[in-house]
Design a protein around this ligand. Structure first.
Ligand code: PXL
Length: 282
């Protein structure tokens, strides 16, 4: 298999293990070339640190896209996440229109919030723009907070239980036009995982794994990065979500056992070997 190539449009946070500092090593371990298109450079992520720096890369992004186009680069996936400004929505839309080919999978992680709250740097205009951008996706990977924002519904009013989670997932599919992997979906106490609507088959499947009773920053980014790597390597949606859920579980279990601070993310580096093709058993 020739090495698949992914354009990864996320921020680079120097400390705290999320976005590009997660996507690059995970995709590399999976045998996938990651080409970062940074949306912002921060000293740390915005969840749990005071006084972080924030360098907006909006003006740089179209120049990078122009140079990549002049080189004739092609991508098997375009994978976007945390955006740094409302103007970046249009820039990412242009990037997708320009670089999408028949074999390109467009994965949009509509990063906007968690635990029912919107992230500090996200404005209402950015959330509206994210919903528009996500219409271009082949696959979206919202958590429940982001699902509520995309559906324009209060977080507390989301339907619960398996039937409710399936309903949320299917409503997010835009009448079956895009695949949806709803993350942080728990069907029973002690379990967590994802509900997956696969636009290719029209089926909704549930993936569950053991829930580690500790929350860590950046697990959504770990999940979406493994999912993207597995999709470009040819996995079906629910299998890719299963691999992602198991890897997040293994990382959370290790990090909880070490009692590491939530804001530092999951201690995934020692587990990267589990993602190397041929050694996928977590
Ligand atoms: O994990 C999502 C994320 C990505 N990037 C930055 C963040 C967050 C969530 O807080 O702050 C900079």
């Amino acid at each position: 298999m020739t090495t698949p190539r992914v354009a990864a449009i996320h921020d680079m946070s120097g400390f705290g293990r999320c976005s590009l500092t997660v996507a690059i090593p995970i995709l590399s371990a999976m045998g996938v070339q990651c080409c970062p298109l940074p949306t912002a450079f921060l000293s740390t992520h915005t969840g749990g640190f005071e006084g972080f720096t924030f360098l907006d890369m909006t003006d740089e992004m179209p120049k990078v896209a122009d140079h990549w186009a002049s080189l004739g680069l092609t991508f098997q996936a375009i994978y976007s996440g945390f955006l740094g400004s409302a103007r970046q929505i249009g820039i990412v839309e242009d990037f997708i229109r320009r670089f999408r080919r028949p074999d390109t999978v467009v994965v949009i992680d509509p990063v906007m919030g968690d635990y029912g709250r919107v992230y500090q740097t996200y404005t209402a205009a950015m959330c509206d723009g994210m919903a528009r951008l996500a219409e271009l996706a082949d696959v979206i990977t919202p958590n429940l907070t982001e699902a509520a924002l995309l559906l324009g519904q209060p977080y507390d009013a989301l339907p619960a239980g398996e039937a409710g989670l399936r309903q949320i997932t299917e409503r997010l599919s835009l009448e079956g036009r895009r695949s949806v992997v709803l993350t942080g979906a728990s069907l029973a106490p002690g379990q967590t995982g994802a509900v997956c609507y696969d636009a290719r088959t029209g089926r909704t499947q549930v993936v569950q794994t053991a829930y580690i009773a500790h929350e860590f920053h950046g697990t959504g980014d770990v999940f979406a990065s493994v999912l993207t790597g597995a999709l470009v390597r040819g996995s079906a949606l629910a299998d890719a979500a299963g691999q992602a859920a198991e890897f997040v579980r293994a990382c959370a279990q290790r990090t909880a056992a070490e009692n590491l601070p939530m804001r530092e993310g999951v201690d995934f580096e020692p587990l990267l070997g589990l993602l190397i093709p041929g050694k996928e058993t977590v």
